[in-house]
Ligand binder design. Structure first.
Ligand code: ADP
Length: 291
């Protein structure tokens, strides 16, 4: 490829080559450009554009995914509108259709809301190191929401989830309260959403000897197979598509969690336990904790 470029004597553009040690799991892309100068001389400029190409591929995938996520409910919505416009319907049928249309519109709204949350985080300065929120407030709100979600999702006659939160948690955490809340409550909500009725959800908070703190959510649900773990926090990556949809998921929850945590210098760990439920663990750094 390079020889063909070199002998063409047309150096207005560069040429992209695959790096010598490029593999499908570790692609290497090089951009090579010859710049003639002086008396028959040539300057060869070679750049590693792997990261650039990857970012571009991710951007393309992302746009395609967003379009798909919005288009699907929109197509259903258009179908209902056409039905309402063309068929003579009874009042009950009309009511039912409007209800279904509402569901599709709500789905689109959740996707847009989550996308805005992500883009707000990307565009805002790093979270404060001096704005302190009591950990117990964050946990109390998280618990309230998890219990409300259980009530909403438990089928009639089935046992609700058993939800356990720590009773008294002292201390404060520094950062953006909305982002911290979003990270903790997304994990608790997922535990509820991916655990069948009657399952057990246990949330813990401990200070570690290092001064860091560990927040963990354990459930007795379907668990996650290890091959999904490397991709699970990617935008729109779903393991259980139908359960995600039934419970109002957008596929963006864990992407928001990961992003919010990264901004706070915290780490997300997901030990894999197929058949035994899942566990999601966050380690918060000591510099954001007090008391
Ligand atoms: P979603 O809105 O689809 O739930 P998330 O980003 O929150 O999106 O999660 C991504 C995927 O990870 C989900 O679709 C689901 O398949 C899987 N997942 C997340 N949390 C759990 C859990 N506690 N147990 C089992 N699977 C989970």
């Amino acid at each position: 490829q390079f020889t063909a470029y070199y002998t063409s004597r047309d150096y207005a553009q560069g040429v992209n080559l695959q790096g010598r040690e490029s593999t499908s799991s570790r692609p290497v892309q090089l951009s090579v450009h010859l710049h003639p100068y002086g008396d028959g001389r040539c300057l060869l400029l070679s750049r590693d554009i792997t990261a650039l190409e990857q970012a571009e591929a991710m951007r393309r995938d992302f746009v395609a995914n967003v379009s798909h996520e919005i288009r699907t409910p929109l197509t259903v919505l258009m179908g209902f509108i056409e039905t309402l416009q063309t068929l003579p319907l009874s009042d009950e049928e009309r009511e039912r259709y409007l209800g279904l249309m509402g569901q599709q519109a709500a789905r689109m709204q959740s996707v847009v809301q989550d996308l805005l949350t992500l883009s707000r985080m990307e565009g805002s300065p790093p979270p404060s190191l001096t704005e302190w929120t009591p950990v117990r407030h964050l946990l109390a709100r998280c618990e309230e929401e998890a219990r409300a979600l259980t009530r909403l999702l438990t089928p009639e006659g089935a046992a609700p989830h058993q939800i356990h939160f720590p009773a008294e948690v002292p201390g404060d955490i520094a950062g953006a309260p909305a982002e911290l809340h979003s990270a903790l409550s997304n994990l608790a909500a997922n535990a509820v959403r991916y655990t069948p009725a009657g399952g057990v959800i246990t949330v813990t908070w401990q200070r570690l000897n290092s001064g860091a703190a560990r927040f963990a959510v354990r459930d007795t649900g379907m668990g996650i197979a290890p091959e999904h773990l490397p991709r699970i926090t990617e935008r729109f990556y779903r393991v259980d598509r139908s359960r995600s949809r039934e419970t109002g998921g957008t596929g963006l929850g864990l992407a928001i969690v990961k992003h919010a945590l990264q901004r706070h210098g915290a780490q997300l760990h997901i030990p894999s336990t197929v058949g035994q439920g899942s566990e999601f663990e966050i380690i918060f750094p000591p510099n954001r904790l007090r008391g």
